[in-house]
Write a protein that binds this ligand. Structure first.
Ligand code: DTR
Ligand code: CA
Ligand code: ZN
Ligand code: ZN
Length: 337
């Protein structure tokens, strides 16, 4: 649904509702009827994010698993499984009304791609971006690392489309190539951003490993405002969090941070071991790695905590709605993507 159509349907919905409450004089009624006093203008408040159906996120993971299986068991840079992953996500976004761009680069003598998706509308001078690396290591399908982040970002982008949002800020989503080769794709993207474009970014949110099977709930502490949005959401769900300390410079947000862009994100842990204290507050198994299949062939769809994936997908959507959609009015939610 285009934004204009969505706005018209929202206005029709509003008019019908107001007429039902006697706040409008329906066409044909006596113009002399004393109209009820106009309601106090509702102060704009941030719209609540929709729930992100974890079943939808898992369906994307199943697709990524199938693409790895059909292409030598991985989705690594320079391998057919990676380009197949890009094509899958791009097709979903094109069908949902996004403006998508494939950005190519070279790493190790082979071509890689970033996929950038812009949601039409929003203030072009304020850009909020969420991203995840889509490539896996060569040794496995990379479902937690990082199908989890890629699928959650995709489903949140589809939720923006389903809601027909007319966000305050311009929303952009990105899937990076060759992260496992040293944050190559995101570095290429940031380096090609003109300074004037970089200045428009209000934030970059990174999601790399957000469904670890023995999960921790770690929040990046790079930007206090973004960090607070995530921590407050978890607090509201009664879930404690810890500051992410393992990843400085170890994922794609580093390139945005180095360019002076506020960054944040979520992480559920990799090869480090969960402590007894952490197991007491988060559940799971103390003395075991957060993800014992990190960078291994067993990083398959069986290597995911549905609870962690669901929580982090919802936290991602909450951050997008809080930081980017803002108080913009949203038309009636569509039922299909
Ligand atoms: N760079 C990720 C794994 C990783 C390890 N520590 C962190 C901390 C925060 C984000 C990601 C990571 C990878 O191997 O793809
Ligand atoms: Ca959910
Ligand atoms: Zn990795
Ligand atoms: Zn990763």
């Amino acid at each position: 649904m285009s934004i204009r159509t969505a706005r018209r349907s929202w206005v029709r919905h509003l008019v019908t509702a107001c007429a039902a409450m006697g706040l409008l004089i329906p066409a044909g009624a006596s113009a002399l009827a004393a109209p009820s006093p106009a309601p106090a203008a509702a102060s704009p408040s941030a719209l609540a994010a929709p729930d992100i159906p974890v079943a939808n996120v898992k369906a994307h993971l199943s697709q990524l698993q199938s693409l790895a299986t059909a292409n030598g068991g991985n989705r690594a840079h320079g391998r057919p499984g990676y380009r197949a992953s890009i094509d899958y996500i791009k097709a979903k976004l094109d069908a949902a009304g996004y403006t998508t761009t494939l950005q190519s680069f070279t790493s190790g003598g082979t071509t890689g791609w970033n996929l950038i998706a812009d949601w039409p509308g929003g203030n072009p001078n304020t850009v909020l971006m969420a991203g995840a690396h889509l490539d896996s290591v060569t040794s496995g399908p990379g479902i937690n690392d990082n199908g989890s982040g890629s699928a959650a970002v995709l489903e949140t982008a589809l939720a923006v489309s389903r809601a027909g949002s007319a966000p305050e800020q311009h929303l952009r989503f990105g899937w990076w190539g060759a992260e496992e080769r040293g944050l190559v794709g995101s570095r290429n993207y940031v380096s090609r951003l003109p300074a004037a474009e970089r200045a428009k970014f209000t934030g970059y949110l990174n999601f790399d490993m957000i469904g670890s099977p023995n999960p921790g709930y770690f929040v990046y502490d790079d930007d206090p405002k973004i960090e607070k949005v995530f921590k407050d959401w978890y607090l509201s769900k009664g879930i404690s969090t810890e500051i992410e300390t393992e990843g400085d410079g170890r994922s794609d947000h580093a390139n945005f941070k180095n360019a002076g862009i506020p960054v944040g994100g979520l992480f559920t842990g990799a090869s480090r071991t969960k402590t007894t204290a952490q197991a007491q507050k988060w559940g799971g198994t103390a003395g075991q790695a957060f993800d014992r299949c990190y960078h291994s062939s067993c990083d398959t769809t069986s290597n995911i905590s549905d609870t962690a994936l669901d929580r982090n997908s919802d936290a991602l959507a909450h951050a997008i709605w809080t930081l980017g959609v803002g108080s913009a009015t949203a038309p009636r939610t569509k039922t299909t993507s």
